[in-house]
Design a protein around this ligand. Sequence first.
Ligand code: SF4
Length: 64
Amino acid sequence: MRALADLELCQGHQSCQFEAPLVFGYDDETDKVTVLDEHPPETERDNLVRAVRYCPAMALGMED
Ligand code: SF4
């Protein structure tokens, strides 16, 4: 499983950190998401799915 973030699309809403705090972080200087764990364990799948679904900017993705 791989977590993807498009920094061009990210608008800094930070809901992804709430949904998947082990996978996504936040860079205060750039106001953009950071990927903390590009290949998260299977136990993070549900959190990652929610983060992708609820990102208002549709900046996140995942692939197996
Ligand atoms: S929820 Fe989306 S727009 Fe907000 S910080 Fe995360 S990736 Fe960026």
